[in-house]
Ligand binder design. Structure first.
Ligand code: SF4
Ligand code: SF4
Ligand code: SF4
Length: 301
């Protein structure tokens, strides 16, 4: 993710200011723009197949420069004693849930960014740091981020986290759908390593057909809802399960895109207060100076 130059910085700041000052009740209710490709990719997660080996957690860390430790250490199942969420040091985690009635087999659920078709994180970001790529990935530009954390508040799945290695310049951390791998034709690292093919990567429209076929052929095995097909307007990652999504700690969400909600909140706040352009200018300025200093220090070294 490129660092922005001085001109980009001030351009983004100007856009942020213009966006904030130009908001109105009408724009707050505007429908999300079509930003998605018909050929976008996705992942079908079949939680009835997942065995909770957590190889995906290990591979995800390894492919993103995070110390993953030994693969053997992931065999420790005591980690399932508590429910975990993705963090700045682990972009995906697997949790375990009680079996359905009459079954002895625990349910394991992998959690990561859902790569929404209408990403609330992107909609809430005032400097346009996020993009929804043609292949379905929701990625971000670290250089543009001013650390306001609006994306954290807006995400209906509570996914973006920040790396607080430096207090003044935290950086977004979340699953990037292995964008650097998929754009070269490789599988996402977690999909590649899964030993039981609980994760299927493919064209989103094909994955929906596969999922519906499984539900039709095994109605005793699956809940009828394919979570993510329509949830918050559709997501790239979709889940087949023997339990309802709410029983697996997924939030209960509507089938309308979340950005409408987050934009309305954000725009509503600004319609009652003086737009905090000065605040963002100050925050952005501090962050730009900090980045500039780091850059100068690197050059001096
Ligand atoms: S799950 Fe959250 S972080 Fe991921 S694309 Fe959707 S809104 Fe953005
Ligand atoms: S797609 Fe890549 S970044 Fe996302 S959970 Fe899988 S391995 Fe991690
Ligand atoms: S690697 Fe596959 S089977 Fe193992 S925990 Fe991850 S999704 Fe489940």
């Amino acid at each position: 993710m490129d660092k922005q130059n001085r001109r980009d910085f001030f351009k983004n700041l100007a856009i942020a200011g213009a966006t904030i000052t130009g908001l109105s009740a009408t724009s707050a209710n505007a429908a999300p723009k079509k930003i998605i490709s018909d050929d976008r990719m996705g992942v079908l997660v079949d939680t009835t197949v997942c065995v909770g080996c957590r190889n995906c957690e290990w591979a995800c860390k390894g492919s993103h420069g995070i110390d993953a430790g030994s693969l053997e250490s992931y065999e420790d199942r005591s980690v399932f004693n508590e429910k975990r969420r993705p963090t700045a040091g682990s972009y995906t985690v697997v949790n375990e849930y009680a079996p359905i009635k009459g079954s002895q087999i625990a349910i394991n659920v992998k959690v990561q960014c859902m790569h929404c078709d209408h990403p609330a994180c992107m909609s809430a970001c005032i400097v346009g740091a996020f993009t929804k790529e043609e292949n379905g990935s929701v990625i971000w530009d670290t250089g543009k981020c001013i650390g306001c954390r609006y994306c954290m508040v807006a995400c209906p799945f509570q996914i973006p986290t920040f790396d607080y290695l430096t207090a003044i310049e935290p950086e977004i951390r979340k699953c990037d759908f292995c964008y650097n791998r998929t754009k070269e034709g490789k599988l996402p690292a977690c999909v590649d390593i899964c030993p039981v093919e609980a994760l299927t990567y493919g064209k989103r429209s094909d994955l929906i057909k596969i999922a519906k076929d499984r539900i039709k052929r095994h109605p005793d095995r699956y809940e009828p809802e394919l979570f993510g097909e329509k949830t918050v307007g559709g997501t790239a990652w979709m889940y087949l399960s023997a339990k309802k999504a709410e029983e697996l700690d997924f939030p209960k969400l509507e089938n309308v895109p979340a950005p409408g909600v987050s934009e309305a909140i954000q725009h509503g706040i600004f319609s009652y207060f003086v737009p905090p352009v000065a605040y963002f200018a100050l925050l952005g300025g501090i962050m730009w100076i900090s980045k500039r200093k780091d850059h100068d220090d690197e050059e001096e070294d």
